[in-house]
Design a binder for this molecule. Sequence first.
Ligand code: HEC
Length: 279
Amino acid sequence: MRQIICGLLIFFVTIGFSACAPKQKKVVDPGSERIYRITVSDRFGRISSEFWTIDKLEKLGVKTIFSSYFDRAMKYDDAEFKVVSLLKIISQFELKSGEDAILLNCFDDYQGILPISDALKYDLQLATKIELGFGSSKPDWLNPLLVVVSDGKEPPFAERFLTANIRELKFVRLSDYYGPLRKIAKDSKEASQGFEVYKNNCLFCHSLKGRGGNKGARLLQVYEFAKETGQQKFLNNFKNSHHKDNADKQNVEQFVTRDQLQRVMDFLLALKRSEEKKS
Ligand code: HEC
């Protein structure tokens, strides 16, 4: 009898396990060898960098979390992250030059930037490991370190809370970073609204005046924003590169409305005119 019960038990346990066994997952783990740079400046503006490994970061304390914010933007189901609190990392450094933001330089020429106030307000996390559900396709750029919004936090839905592939965290001042662009944005209400859209969704890949990343084309050089045809070409090409099913999962279209794109063009035109005035 005992043997039968035992046998049954083993039978059910086996069935149970195979029924619920997780299907194979895709794990993105850069391993412990990768080196990340954290850069600060001293009171005199002299810059120095520390080198951090995943092990060193994880010694600050790790958690496993999900992010419905990330799943929504990427159209994934239950991606799972091993994360370290960004605030915990920030607290390891003494900021002596009024730094109020972290510039995020990435392996793929993406350049993110996060105000420290955002890290505080939304308790942002940095993933050291990413686990995608079975069958999810992973774009090349989706590697740690990755900014992650935890469940329960609701920042505005924008590209800027999804920076991946980070190689360097650099403490900077927002006023220095955006200064030259903001000055031009003051030209008109439209340009200033366009600047906000651009800095939250585009600058990371389409650099302007030496700020931002270079994954995408230099838009100012490519389009004639003063002309109707130039604007139409911009809108069409934007759609082609950034619609929701694009191969590289760069669905930027989900973050901006048609009106906001119009404001972006107003801003880029203002920038172009100011450059022409100077030359
Ligand atoms: C994650 C990086 C990334 C972000 C963010 C991004 N882009 Fe792009 N964009 C690209 C890449 C890569 C291409 C394709 C390569 C290229 O630029 O031709 C592209 C292409 C484009 C094109 C077509 C360029 C051409 O000549 O074919 C336009 C227009 C464009 N992006 C506008 C925008 C605007 C406006 C935003 C913000 C609302 C934005 N992009 C945000 C990376 C990005």
